[in-house]
Ligand binder design. Structure first.
Ligand code: GLN
Length: 488
């Protein structure tokens, strides 16, 4: 039999349900893998063997008693450290929440528990989900399993690396400006950002509330669609969830490329690495040869996506993070004993440099006298970007772009220059600004054996179409999943 850790999500689901594999056997195999591989990859911030094993045993007992909670009962899933699980620490990879234990479950966690998933907390991330490389974690830098001298992407780098390193079949992350799609691309796996409003944010520690969405990573596409069906839906605890038709995993099927209009970008306007560019062109040629029509779109508004995103995201974060004041949550540093000192000492010692940079930027752009010039203008530009996508979808069925302009960069390569780091999000941020859904699909390896991702974007709440195109992409030889890999 294939080594258990190298099974795909779908193979695991089948074996568990036909009774040829127990959850405990599977979980023990993953624990062994994590103990060996995570010394190099560093995806986990914490890993409690006993709590994980007891969930697997409970699932096996339910199976024996004929009382399964669902067809997903016993499947292991990793959780990013900004999604609250009752009784577990939720640190957001920050010193300020280092010892904070969540008193409740996020809505997505409740849904996973109801189905019998075995939860594996806690996966590393950039502090408060701010970053593109996982180097902003206060605790450790996660490494790319394809080359441990390189970053896995971010901010959900731990969630992506754990799946790519065969330490788990699926995981959850969050995406504010690319934090699921970019690490999925750099780690050679699948990663989906759902439509804004599709998935409840209740219990997700807020970074930028008008942009944040929780979404899945998986080593196969079935894992993405199953998880989307499970975690999505209207939630009275999150007023931004939408009342729309439920997404159903069975609605996804391969498409016939004939006559499909694929929106594409002119890559010469962007600084893509030659290998990323070539793979993008090769994929486009292939779908064209199968009968699709390529429609060049004018992405000139994209050059505003980074400044607009960083103005809006930092403004919202400065407000969201004001709750971490040393009184209500986490770290408290008394200072001289005066209240103002307590606030400033707790925040000075609790937050890392990138978080402070963003709070300062956001506070500045919201301050009176500057509000109209910066935040107000960014909001207007956001409306234009949103309208631009609506226009695109009048003339095309779907949009294909690379997910990231380059493959994984070296640890330390961009840490000295935040602007260069922000450029890593050039292709992902506009999707969050518009609120549309997008997925990163594995698209083979570059000449240095590093993964490339293809980003597919559809219109609001059309995840069925999005995942149907993704399914057809997964059937192309050049887009085969590059796993499993040796970790070097
Ligand atoms: N890299 C982007 C940022 O730093 C996106 C992060 C995210 O999606 N959480 O804000």
């Amino acid at each position: 039999m294939k080594d258990l850790i190298f099974l795909t999500y779908s193979e695991i689901k089948t074996k568990l349900n036909e009774g040829s594999l127990s959850s405990k056997e599977l979980v023990l195999a993953y624990i062994k893998r994590i103990e060996e591989a995570d010394t190099k990859v560093k995806a986990f911030l914490e890993f409690n063997k006993d709590r994980i094993l007891s969930q697997a045993e409970e699932s096996d007992n339910r199976r024996k008693a004929g009382k399964l909670l669902s067809e997903f009962d016993g499947i292991p899933i990793g959780i990013k450290d900004n999604i609250c699980i009752s009784g577990e620490i939720t640190s957001c990879s920050s010193h300020i929440l280092e010892n904070f234990r969540s008193p409740y479950d996020a809505s997505v966690i409740q849904k996973l528990k109801d189905k019998g998933f075995v939860l594996f907390p806690r996966l590393n991330m950039d502090e408060f989900a701010m970053g593109s490389s996982t180097e902003n974690s206060a605790f450790q830098t996660t490494r790319n399993p394809f080359d441990t001298n390189r970053i896995p992407g971010g901010s959900s780098g731990g969630s992506a690396a754990a799946v790519a390193a065969s330490m788990l079949p699926v995981s959850l992350g969050s995406d504010t400006g690319g934090s699921i799609r970019q690490p999925a691309a750099l780690c050679g796996i699948w990663g989906l950002k759902p439509t804004y409003g599709r998935v409840s944010r209740y219990g997700l520690v807020a970074y930028a509330s008008s942009l944040d969405q929780i979404g899945p990573f998986s080593n196969d596409l079935q894992g993405i669609s199953d998880l989307l069906e499970i975690i999505s839906g209207l939630d009275h605890k999150d007023q931004t969830t939408a009342k729309v038709n439920a997404f159903e995993t069975n609605s996804v099927s391969s498409i016939d490329w004939k006559g499909k209009r694929i929106g594409v970008m002119k890559t010469d306007e962007f600084n893509f690495s030659p290998d990323v560019n070539k793979r993008y062109m090769d994929i486009l040629k292939e779908v064209e040869s199968k009968g699709a029509t390529l429609v060049p779109l004018d992405f000139s508004l994209l050059k505003y996506a980074i400044p607009v995103y960083y103005l809006i995201a930092t403004a919202e974060c400065s407000s969201n993070l004001s709750r971490f004041d040393g009184i209500r949550y986490g770290l408290r540093k008394e200072g001289t004993g005066k209240l103002d000192d307590l606030y400033s000492e707790s925040r000075t010692q609790g937050f890392g440099p990138e978080v402070k940079r963003r709070i300062l930027l956001g506070t500045f752009s919201l301050s009176s006298g500057y509000y109209d010039a910066y935040y107000g203008k960014a909001q207007k530009a956001r409306v234009l970007i949103r309208k631009q996508y609506a226009e695109f979808f009048k003339s095309v069925d779907i949009i294909f772009q690379p997910t990231s302009p380059t493959t994984a960069f070296k640890v330390g390569e961009k840490t000295k220059d935040p602007i260069q780091m922000y450029q890593a999000d050039i292709l992902t941020t506009s999707v969050n600004l518009a609120g549309v859904p997008a997925i990163s699909c594995p698209a083979g390896l570059d000449s240095g054996n590093l993964p490339i991702g293809l980003q597919i974007t559809s219109s609001h709440f059309d995840e069925t179409k999005l995942l149907s195109y993704a399914k057809s992409i997964s059937e192309l030889e050049i887009c085969k999943l590059p796993l499993p890999i040796e970790i070097s």
